[in-house]
Design a protein around this ligand. Sequence first.
Ligand SMILES: [Zn+2]
Length: 155
Amino acid sequence: MIKINKAIFDSRLVKILKDLAWNKKPKEQYAWLLGKHDSNNAYIYDLIYDSQAVQTNTRVEPNADYFIKSYKQKQRLLPDTCLRILSWFHTHPINNPSEIDIKSQEDFRKIYQPSFMTFINYNNLDMKCFDVINGKAIEIPYETGFIPDDKKRKS
Ligand SMILES: [Zn+2]
């Protein structure tokens, strides 16, 4: 089983996620985060924002059909780019994952390996990443920086 030890986010992407969290609060937002990984690190530099998600003040429910359509579209537009799904993203009002988030990540990692969840507290714009192992949320450290284009190509 591959495990991500650290995530590196393109700083431009983090700005997009924080703007989304701030501008749409208190409605929870959902996105899939894309990039590539090596044996240790995940490099996150693209997203599919789920504009069709069911958004309320207490939960967000993704729209899978919309995702599949958007993902295929992206693959056609950027054929030489690595577009692996590595994380799901949402916004919510606290700094910790909820019980439902922990369950969701358990389900997510059954399909996407390796993977982790990312969320932003829309009240203070703190961003956090977690994986869930044996029912326990484990924080994944991350840094933000510029990810050069050659890192984004298929290897
Ligand atoms: Zn949550």
